[in-house]
Write a protein that binds this ligand. Sequence first.
Ligand code: FES
Length: 107
Amino acid sequence: MSKIVIKNLDNRLLDNKDNSKSVLNIIHENHIDWMFACGGNGRCTTCKIVVTKGLDNLSEMTEAEIKFSQIGKLAKNERLACQCSLRGDVEVEVAAQNKFPHMKYSY
Ligand code: FES
């Protein structure tokens, strides 16, 4: 069992019982509107999470994530929510450029 806290969504807490699921799946199962322009296939970066705590509690980076980090599209504290899964608790933020205009963010 692991937890995700989404800091800029009022510290929304997501309890997760199945660590085989992607972070994106967990977010969507909790009915949170989150960008995923390529359908969760590792081809865009719109599902990006900015990890503020627990970076080591995520699965190994996938080839897609390594590629985006090599071309400067993913910082060291950023992961693709569709590509990673949980190994422990994390705290994350919605990236500024991926916020929806209809959603209310706490910062
Ligand atoms: S949804 Fe496109 S990379 Fe994750």
